[in-house]
Design a protein around this ligand. Structure first.
Ligand code: MD3
Ligand code: FE
Length: 203
């Protein structure tokens, strides 16, 4: 298997079952205040298969007209995003090795057939802060490569309760989700996978 990029840390099962349940309830509250919407690719308007929402001061959004960006309000309701739950702020303090708190928490929901193509996260101004990711629900096949699109990639299965820290070079590595494995977790009420990513956005 190709080597993982420098700064990549996989912390399997960092959250125990109770912590996962509490977090899943908090995500439900976020989604009630700030519903999942269907993001669209810039230019083409092609819908993504992952549904999204956010919490925090800033949320990552995309649509046909204005493309990838961060904004303070939900693109459909126009309401400000709800705050990031304290437990996620605690998690950031524990693993991020960064002095300031996250400004954005993107909530990705994958139904059985959803995937996310190989991409880099480059819409932030602050690349010295890591991205911290939490997986809940069904397992997925995650893929990460190097800083160039053609670099070799490594695949690993992410499971409910796993945390991934993307610091250093891995912060700008290409990555994606090739598939989810429906029915591999009983955490959520039905099939599917939730991924939360905590980020610093401004410099
Ligand atoms: C590697 N999310 O939201 S999480 C994304 O599972 C995203 O929903 C995937 O890629 C998901 O942008 C992957 C792990 C992850 C998150 C951010 C990264 C890996 C990353 C940023 C840079 C490099
Ligand atoms: Fe990403």
């Amino acid at each position: 298997m190709p080597v993982l990029p420098q700064g990549f840390r996989h912390l399997p099962d960092l959250l125990d079952r109770d912590a996962q349940h509490v977090l899943a309830e908090e995500v439900r509250a976020v989604v009630r205040a700030s519903p999942l919407y269907v993001p669209a690719m810039p230019g083409t308007g092609k819908p993504m298969s992952v549904r999204m929402t956010n919490c925090g001061q800033l949320g990552w959004v995309t649509d046909k007209e204005h493309g990838y960006r961060y904004q303070e309000t939900h693109p459909v309701t126009g309401a400000p995003w709800p705050p990031i739950p304290d437990r996620l702020l605690d998690l950031w303090r524990a693993v991020a090795d960064y002095p300031d708190p996250p400004q954005a928490c993107l909530v990705n929901f994958y139904s059985a057939g959803a995937r996310m193509g190989l991409h880099q996260d480059r819409d932030e101004q602050e690349f010295s802060a890591p991205v911290v990711s939490v997986s809940l629900g069904d397992d997925c096949l995650f893929r990460i490569g190097g800083t160039r699109r053609g670099d070799p990639t490594a695949s690993l299965r992410l499971r409910s309760g796993d945390v991934v820290v993307l610091g250093g070079e891995s912060r700008i590595a290409f990555h994606g989700v090739d598939r989810i494995y429906p029915g591999t977790s009983t955490l959520l009420k039905g099939e599917g996978r939730i991924n939360l990513t905590l980020r610093r956005v401004t410099g």
